[in-house]
Design a protein around this ligand. Structure first.
Ligand SMILES: Nc1ncnc2c1ncn2[C@@H]1O[C@H](COP(=O)(O)OP(=O)(O)OP(=O)(O)O)[C@@H](O)[C@H]1O
Length: 544
């Protein structure tokens, strides 16, 4: 069971303490029921209720309150710390996974599982711990019945076990249906993103908006039907558990006295116990539904982790950049490198290679080729984001291996066409505000962006301006090799000039190596060499 797996992962000391206080709380609760019964019996027999009994009652109440509070607080803390560890572990794995694995998972799935499921678990798991207290109370109440009448005890215990077995059997079947609800919820959230991310398109096209809304309406209706179907099944099961308590009480009160003499004295005590059992029983059965939901949710998180584990890159040294032997490279090579994209059915959708490419230190290389010819793919292979299926990546003749790959990647800084603009220069916390402001001015963004409290004041910029902001982070990183994938395509004529005529020579003067994808034939004199790709093959790798 996934929930047990999560709870077992904490320190055993904490867990044992929670089990002890939770059972003590159940014991205190059952003790209160027993004391109330005793006091009621005395009133019935016209006997005075002793001060001693009252004191014992108050002490038991105090004991119950303290143990109950301690159990709930510690359990909540324990569950939240387990979830925190799990969130960190999953996100840490995302940061270490191989790019292709992440691309194939789909961002929606990753986001939903990490954000939504863990949030859901953080709300439901503490309730489940509360229900564990109810379970302990029920056990103690049944044991208390044993002190009143052994026959009732065996009847109640026997029927309770049968009832629990039936309940668990049905509950397991119903949990299976929850998976259907989860996938419908995920589909709905995915569809919702079309309204936000595709807002501009649907505002310009009423038919598109209406069709999208109709699709969304169908999905909400499907989800509602699935939730109602699931809810209906649960109502039946809840009704069963509620009726079960009363059937059991009826059996003890109406049927047993017919067969066993001298039993009537204890009936009202057992009745009182039954009344006290109704609340915990109802609490327990209603929480079991949440338990099923939490179990399914945790299953998704563990499944995501398993898939991440499959694509985890082997970890290299702790500070890969500082210790990187590749920083002093003279020559980088792709040698007979092959790479293929495959779809979910493992059908090949694009094959690149065998690619043979040499990059010398300090060179400015332009990469050209038609759309979909494999330029970005080749660059991702070159910088170690993709792993060649066959062939090698060599640095000064030494093959880049699983253990050295991260050190190798650390010599690169890249702006791909699907780049992400971070709100601050992460990993460069000590960078001076003056230096960033100087680069903002150099990128001619001073009237748009400032650098305050370690972050850029805005990212709401035009595409070309966003790319210039990304360039600032690249420059701050001060790496040995720069990859620019059609960086200049979104710049105006003036800034293209700045890029080709000022920035590239400046990179070269500082000994940096640049490989830039470009279609700007006007600037071909600005490179040392051109490489052209077609259908995943290098068709030209000549000298300018
Ligand atoms: N993440 C991906 N998953 C599956 N297939 C992909 C992926 N990225 C690219 N492809 C496929 O690989 C082929 C080469 O894509 P790539 O992006 O390398 O070409 P490109 O030359 O950079 O194209 P463009 O000039 O349009 O940016 C394309 O046909 C594309 O369909």
């Amino acid at each position: 069971m996934n929930i047990l797996r999560l709870l077992r992962s904490g320190t055993s000391g904490n867990r044992q303490f929670i089990i002890i206080v939770t059972s003590l709380s159940g014991l205190g609760n059952a003790g209160l029921v027993g004391l109330i019964n005793q006091a009621a019996e005395r009133s019935l027999l016209d006997e005075a209720i002793s001060v001693q009994l009252m004191i014992v009652y108050l002490l038991t109440l105090f004991f119950f309150i303290v143990s109950n509070r301690s159990s709930l607080l510690h359990a909540n803390r324990f569950v939240q710390s387990r979830l925190e560890t799990m969130r960190r572990r999953v996100v840490n794995k995302i940061g270490k996974v191989d790019l292709r694995t992440l691309e194939r998972m789909g961002q929606g799935d990753v986001y939903l599982t990490v954000a939504q499921e863990t949030d859901h678990l953080s709300q439901t798991l503490p309730l489940i711990i509360g229900a564990a207290q109810s379970a302990f109370l029920l056990v103690f109440l049944i044991l208390y019945i044993a002190t009143l009448s052994l026959i009732s005890f065996f009847v109640v215990a026997g029927f309770t076990v049968l009832g629990i077995l039936f309940f668990l059997n049905r509950q397991k079947a119903l949990t299976g249906y929850l998976g259907e609800v989860h996938y419908k919820e995920a589909e709905l959230i995915d569809n919702l993103s079309h309204f936000t991310l595709g807002f501009q398109e649907i505002r310009l096209n009423a038919n598109k908006n209406d069709a999208l809304f109709e699709h969304f309406t169908n999905l909400t209706s499907d989800l509602k039907d699935a939730v109602l179907r699931d809810g209906g099944r649960w109502v039946t099961l809840l009704q069963f558990s509620n009726a079960f308590v009363f059937l059991l009480a009826g059996l003890v009160v109406f049927v047993l006295p017919i067969f066993f003499g001298g039993y009537t004295d204890t009936i009202y005590k057992i009745m009182a116990v039954s009344v006290f059992a109704v609340g915990p029983m109802a609490a327990l059965t209603s929480v079991i539904r949440l338990l099923g939901r939490a179990e399914v949710g945790l299953g998704h998180v563990y499944d995501l982790e398993r898939r991440l584990d499959e694509g985890l890159s082997p970890s290299g040294p702790k500070s890969p950049r500082q210790n990187s032997p590749f920083r002093n490279f003279s020559k980088i090579e792709l040698s007979e490198a092959m790479f293929r994209y495959v779809d979910r059915e493992n059908a090949i959708t694009f094959a690149a290679g065998p690619l043979n490419l040499t990059l010398n230190r300090g060179e400015i290389v332009f990469m050209t080729g038609g759309n979909g010819s494999g330029k970005s793919t080749a660059l991702k292979l070159l910088c170690g984001l993709y792993l060649p299926e066959s062939g090698r990546v060599l640095c000064d003749g030494e093959e880049v291996t699983d253990t050295t790959r991260q050190q190798y990647r650390e010599i690169y800084s890249a702006i791909f066409t699907d780049f992400h603009l971070f709100d601050r220069p992460y990993g460069m916390e000590n960078v001076s505000t003056e230096e960033v402001e100087r680069l903002i001015a150099k990128m001619e963004l001073s009237d748009k962006v400032r650098f305050e409290k370690g972050r850029f004041t805005t990212r709401e910029l035009s595409t070309g301006q966003r790319k210039r902001l990304a360039m600032i982070s690249c420059l701050l990183e001060d790496r040995e090799v720069y990859i620019f994938d059609e960086w200049a395509a979104d710049q105006d004529g003036h800034f293209r000039d700045v890029f080709y005529r000022e920035m590239l020579p400046d990179f070269k003067a500082r000994g940096k190596t640049v490989i830039a994808v470009t279609h700007d034939d006007k600037y071909w004199d600005c490179c040392d060499r051109q490489v052209t790709l077609d259908l995943g093959m290098i068709t030209m790798a000549g000298v300018n």
